[in-house]
Write a protein that binds this ligand. Structure first.
Ligand SMILES: [Zn+2]
Length: 300
């Protein structure tokens, strides 16, 4: 079933109706302003002065053998939310890439539609640009070799973007919704898919599909002991046909501590790799150090 948007349209440089409908799950992953919208309505976030990081609990079922720092739980033990790092610290920025694949997209992948973007990963390696990849469990199942390769590279860390890329709260761009009471299982199913694929550098971070969440789901997934990671810079790479506007948008918004959301799928973010070839050197020329999300969280 093709999802129909129920809420505000995503903010894209290019979003013809058909493409938007066909590729909505990707748009819902950060192509729009959902993160900001959710943050506005959710009193838990953003944390402009993030609490001191702490090590993941040893008994956490989701915190894999990573020493990655996490935030302490929010009020009442809810899942903490991280949107950006320190503004008054060093000029550091984290590029994040959502490797989306929705549970019902197998047939499209089987017909040859590329939900991966190996050239993007190659370019990040060539540029020695660290990144955090928010991967769906479905993506790891579809591309286990790539998932393993990304996860074995010290340049990268692999975080959780749900198993199914379904919405964890509604409305959320018309995404199918995770069944009530199964949100935690969906999060942990993705971690399990990573482990099955042989991914090594798994970090206990979770990005809600569409950035959509509410208090109830922050409580529901709390036992997974993840830190939810939003963003403060929307790249607009979803459906973008040209790299220039994507690079311009990122470069115009980045501030010290920023988390940039982009995508790792050629299917609906075909300009991302070209945009990165400009974004990375320009950020460095402006004095920015590229880091992973774990580095920003460690920095407070
Ligand atoms: Zn997504």
């Amino acid at each position: 079933m093709i999802p129909i948007p129920r809420r505000r349209p995503a903010r894209h440089a290019f979003a013809p109706a058909l493409a938007a409908l066909l590729c909505l799950p990707l748009a819902a992953c950060g192509g729009g302003s959902s993160g900001a919208a959710e943050r506005t309505k959710n009193p838990q976030s953003p944390r402009t002065s993030a609490p001191a990081p702490q090590s993941p609990s040893a008994e956490s079922p989701s915190a894999r053998p990573s020493a990655a720092p996490t935030l302490p739980p929010g009020p009442g033990g809810t899942t903490p939310v991280f949107s950006h790092g320190r503004r008054d610290g060093a000029k550091r920025v984290a590029l994040t890439f959502d490797a989306d694949m929705t549970a019902d997209q197998d047939k499209r992948a089987a017909r040859g539609e590329p939900f991966d973007n190996p050239q993007l990963i190659t370019t990040l390696r060539r540029l020695k640009a660290p990144a955090t990849v928010f991967m769906t469990g479905k993506w790891a199942e579809q591309y286990p070799d790539q998932a393993r390769s990304i996860g074995s590279d010290p340049l990268f860390e692999v975080a959780d973007h749900s198993y199914s890329h379904h919405a964890f709260s509604t409305p959320c761009y018309g995404l199918p919704t995770v069944a009530r009471g199964t949100a935690r299982q969906d999060v942990e199913r993705a971690f399990a898919a990573f482990r099955k694929a042989g991914v090594e550098r798994i970090v206990p971070y979770f990005r809600f599909p569409g950035g959509c969440y509410d208090e109830a789901v922050l409580r529901e997934i709390a036992p997974a002991k993840v830190t939810a990671v939003q963003w403060d810079v929307v790249s607009g790479d979803a459906f973008a046909k040209k790299a220039g506007p994507v690079a311009d948008q990122v470069l115009a918004q980045v501030k010290p501590g920023s988390v940039v959301v982009m995508h790792c799928t050629r299917s609906a973010a075909p300009a991302t790799e070209e945009a990165i070839r400009r974004i990375v050197p320009e950020l460095r020329a402006r004095g920015y150090e590229l880091v992973r999300v774990s580095d920003l969280i460690a920095g407070g």
